[in-house]
Write a protein that binds this ligand. Structure first.
Ligand code: NDP
Ligand code: GDR
Length: 328
């Protein structure tokens, strides 16, 4: 009998890589799909990985509890990965209540639906390093206090504590992965790394001359999404549910990520990058740096992809895409 997994956010970056990983492990993979008028492009990431026909898709939305109950009842998953969210931090100031509804209450809906119809299922919640916000310790671990700096981070914090609470109150096998930024060629175009690699590829191909960015001094602990989805799965294979920081332990400024991307194609960032205050945020998370020690000890997980390899994979993918007019 194949093990059954249900993934919310299956059309996103992590959902796509996690689906690929679970299929490789022999799982039957089901995904929640929110209805879109652009049905032809909604599964672009799954197509990019060549797995769109292998996933069972179910109509649903994180804000619709009755629909979630129905899907979980029908699928009867052994593992549930709650990856869906309004995940773009900058948008969360423009849409704070929607972000709360989807990223915060949506997770509570998933926990509640799980408790009602599949209490034996193992549950993964996509928590975030953004919860550390205005950092309270120079290196953040599972015991570092949180200080959210955006409506997104506040919503994630609610979802995080609800996950802990459902574990402690109802005995749900619910784990929360506090993942630091992870990127890939499947990263959404509005996030800074992909915006940079797409911009660099456009400039290299003569399709653009400049790249406008916001705060170049922000520092992030960047890893590869393909590595990070393995940690999600490992968490659900443990006897006891728990919370884990997933990070590389190395932090890099946006400026330096950008420099590496330009250098990859033999160009200088100083010749092309402009700072545009439209891309600044009302409150910034200046620096994040995670300690993945617990994940290494207990899950046997460590990141495999270096930042250098990540940057070159992303730039090469964007060069290829733009040259072949591929969508994504
Ligand atoms: P993406 O933005 O790429 O994907 C988000 C997914 O959520 C998409 O499939 C989207 O669907 C879906 N979604 C959005 N709103 C709803 C809704 N109302 N109902 C159902 N589905 C919805 O995010 P990532 O893959 O990068 O991240 C996965 C999760 O991990 C998110 O929760 C994110 O906040 C969190 N996270 C991400 C990190 C990172 O660095 N990538 C780090 C830490 C946490 P659609 O395709 O229709 O838009
Ligand atoms: P982040 O990712 O907010 O960390 O959230 P993002 O790539 O959007 O920003 C990272 C840093 O880069 C700075 N920056 C810019 N950001 C964007 N998007 N566009 C720009 O032009 C730009 N210029 C500078 C930002 O100010 C910021 O400091 C991501 C998301 O995936 C969340 O869902 C997840 O929880 C966290 O990572 C961990």
């Amino acid at each position: 009998m194949k093990k059954i997994a249900l993934i919310t956010g299956v059309t996103g970056q992590d959902g796509a890589y996690l689906s690929q990983f679970l299929l490789g492990k022999g799982y039957e993979v089901h995904g929640l799909l929110r209805r879109s008028a652009s049905a032809d492009v909604i599964d672009a990431r799954l197509k990019w990985l060549g797995i769109q026909d292998k996933i069972h898709l179910h109509d649903g939305n994180l804000t619709d509890l009755s629909g979630l109950i129905r899907v979980i009842k029908e699928v009867q998953p052994a593992e549930i990965y709650n990856l869906a969210a309004q995940s773009f931090v900058k948008s969360s100031w423009q849409q704070p209540l929607l972000t709360g509804q989807v990223t915060g209450i949506g997770a509570a809906n998933m926990l509640e639906a799980t408790r009602i119809v599949a209490p034996e299922a193992r549950f993964y919640q996509a928590s975030s390093s953004e919860m550390y916000g205005l950092i309270q310790e120079p290196v953040q671990s599972e015991t570092t206090p949180f200080y959210p700096r955006s409506p997104y981070a506040a919503a994630k914090l609610y979802a995080h504590w609800m996950t802990v609470n459902y574990r402690e109150s109802f005995g749900l096998h619910a784990s929360s992965g506090i993942l630091f930024n992870h990127e890939s060629p499947l990263r959404g175009i509005e996030f800074v790394t992909r915006k940079i690699t797409d911009g660099v590829a456009r400039i290299k191909l003569g399709l653009a001359e400049t790249l406008s960015l916001g705060n170049l001094d922000a520092q992030r602990d960047w890893g590869h999404a393909r590595d990070y989805v393995q940690a999600m799965w490992l968490m659900l294979q443990q006897d006891e549910a728990d919370d884990y920081v997933i990070a590389t332990g190395r932090t890099t400024a946006v400026r330096d990520f950008c420099r590496m991307a330009f250098e990859h194609v033999g160009l200088n960032l100083e010749d092309h990058v402009r700072v545009d205050e439209r891309f600044l945020r009302p409150a910034e998370v200046d620096i994040l740096l995670g300690n993945p020690g617990k994940a290494k000890d207990k899950l046997g997980w460590s990141p495999e992809t270096s930042l250098e390899a990540l940057v070159s994979e992303m730039v090469e993918a964007d060069l290829r895409r733009l040259s072949h007019h591929e969508h994504l």
